[in-house]
Design a protein around this ligand. Sequence first.
Ligand code: GLU
Length: 553
Amino acid sequence: MNYQELANLIFPEAKDISYYEEKYPERNLPEGAIVTRIAPSPTGFSHIGGLYQGLIARKLADQTKGVFFLRIEDTDQKREVKNGTSEIVESLTNFGVAPDEGMISETESKGEYGPYKQSERKEIYQAYAKYAIAQGKAYPCFCTPEETEEIRNKQEVAKIRPGYYGIWAKCRNLTLEEMAEKIKAGEKYIIRFKSPGREDRKIQHKDIIKGKVDFPENDQDIVIIKADGLPTYHFAHIVDDHLMRTTHVIRGDEWLSSVPLHLQLFHEMGFKAPKYAHIAPIMKNDNGNKRKLSKRKDPEAAVRYYAEMGIPPEAVKEYLLNIANSTFENWRRANPDKSSDEFELTLTKMSVSGALFDMVKLLDVAKTVISKMTAEDIYQETVAWAKIHDLSLVELLADKEYALQIFGIERGNKKPRKDISKWSDVKENIDYMYDELFEQNQDEYPLQVIQDPEKISQILRLYEEKYYDENDDKQTWFNKIKALAGEMGYAEEVKEFKANPEKYEAHVGDVSTVLRVALTKRINTPDMYEIMQVLGKERIMNRFKQAMKKVSN
Ligand code: GLU
């Protein structure tokens, strides 16, 4: 019996690997093009870290005219969830990081390097496992789970490194005849890789993000094909990224310690290894402690959260770029109107230990993103969000013309309003523009500088009778508020007030506030002139009346 005969006995049907080597040739791409991928398990794409990785991979492929593909790693079928793959595809697409190749729905894929679901690649893995056995580099292992457990226990008691290696790798030393006999007798087995490594020797890995890292060589005979005939992650990674012609593996840094094993497998199989970039997880500052963003503790760790809150995907994407490369912030300042797609991401500038995620900053980015949108887009996005999350808002916005006037306030100019950070904010942001909601708001009027009810009524009455004219332009309108302040004995200019604080009880801004509070029940709003234009005379007068009544009570 020789190795080839043993290989034939184990995988009689498997093809020669030359078949696959020809079927999946080197890609014909420009020099320097990066071929990379995202390879999640189909458990749904729930953590923001997955999106972060996808975004980084997508950008690198774009920047080098390369390829970004989606491979589904479903060899652990216990963990699979229903529609897990389509959920991943949808998330990537929603955030503008759709792959060029790979799975495009639960069951369909596109591209020449498939199948892109590992469970459909069983015969490919077996062909490569057969090849490894025929080369004397892999062997069947007949140890039962109980036996491996026993080995582990012994190692633990003796306080030595656990695992299947050296003298512990029992089946490695069976003769080919013994192996064949056991197989013929129907004994169950798995396939292990015969490691040529030695623990006392070091290898050096140069990671694109982590830099130079030293590791002991791998000396474990790892499982490559499990009892169910499917490969382990390690073996599938080698075979797939070889055949799919991946140039760069960008993945979570929980895999960094597997690099010695992976490099060994690539080398022993005679494949060129890809470059590796191990991304540190996104971190969060928790009372001064830096810890991983956790789906259990932090709602913002879930991709779903952003859709629920109505935070525009573009804002999330922009913020993730921000934490990927700290140079993004300056770039954005210098290029306020460019699409974030134009930013050049640099892998080597990514944080080695994990970038900090800050929700307040993300919402700030979202405010800027929304401030640049048109009233029409804001209307569309808000309604789309509300249809799923708040039907009463859909009703409120039914009069589209009117809604557009509201969203148009202080927009489209050089310094657009920046008060909306998410669609779930919209309602409370504009409720005072709707009489019904305005009247429902029974809160106390907010505290303001001018508090005397007499004075407030007097200001409103004077304004109504003497100063208000709906046809005034903005300058005239403002001059009149100044004049009203003067008539009340307040400073007409804030500067004047500041210079002589003892001389005045209030200034023109405080008079504006009286009007603003009467009209909106708020201290801060976008431009009051524009608000008044949208409300119109009748409603303005009506609100003044309500205010006079309320303060005199
Ligand atoms: N299925 C692995 C994971 O989700 C993929 C890691 C990789 O990108 O190679 O962690």
